[in-house]
Write a protein that binds this ligand. Structure first.
Ligand code: SF4
Length: 202
């Protein structure tokens, strides 16, 4: 019987590398589509562009079965508490793609009713520019997210999400204490953050 070379039978690596490899190739999108960008997104999932080439075709409309939220369209202030709840309900670890200028900055809607960027209320990992972004841009955004996941450490993710949950607990406490709606509470939290020179509430 020939002797087995140990180098042929054993491979060593880091736990982070293996886990991140699995994570980046099995993203489950949660489409948060509110406007025209969501229509553009439909072609990303269809046969020509075919997002399943990136392992991300298992689209779910339940946040509990998704780990990549894709915000596709204009988000109003009224929707801000909803987007936070959905993000909180998603499976961990989770990531957010802000698709199009409306989601990223309010776009052309510089109005009192529109949230001027979803990164004020949820942590965004990748921004996809454009109005609407072409399907290739959305796929490039997913590839950029995969690159980011590859470089993450497992503990870094925990810190990242911890800050969001703290802000959610603060939101609940303020809402109960002051008798406000979710939208009013987030507006107060944004004003409070602005007073400290910060743009986000987490
Ligand atoms: S970025 Fe342009 S295409 Fe996308 S939701 Fe806004 S207006 Fe519509």
């Amino acid at each position: 019987m020939s002797e087995m070379n140990i180098n042929d039978a054993v491979m060593t690596t880091r736990l982070d590398a293996v886990v991140n490899w699995a994570r980046k190739n099995s993203l489950w999108p949660m489409p948060f589509g509110t406007a025209c960008c969501a229509i553009e997104f439909m072609s990303v999932m269809a046969s020509k562009y075919d997002m399943s080439r990136f392992g991300a075709e298992a689209m779910r409309f339940s946040p509990r079965q998704s780990d990549m939220m894709m915000v596709l369209g204009t988000v109003t202030n009224k929707m801000a508490p909803v987007i936070r709840t959905i993000y909180a309900q998603m499976a961990e670890p989770k990531w957010v793609l802000s698709v199009g200028v409306c989601a990223s900055s309010g776009g052309m809607y510089r109005t009192y009713a529109t949230l001027q960027g979803i990164d004020r209320v949820v942590p965004v990992d990748v921004y996809v520019p454009g109005c609407p972004p072409r399907p290739e841009s959305m796929l490039y955004g997913v590839m950029k997210l995969q690159e980011k996941i590859e470089k993450e450490s497992l503990s870094m993710r925990k810190d990242h999400i911890g800050r969001f949950y703290e802000s959610l607990a603060r939101q609940d406490a303020w809402q109960a204490e002051k008798g406000l709606t979710g939208q009013q509470t987030i507006r107060e939290m944004l004003m409070d953050a602005a007073g400290r020179g910060e743009g986000a509430i987490f």
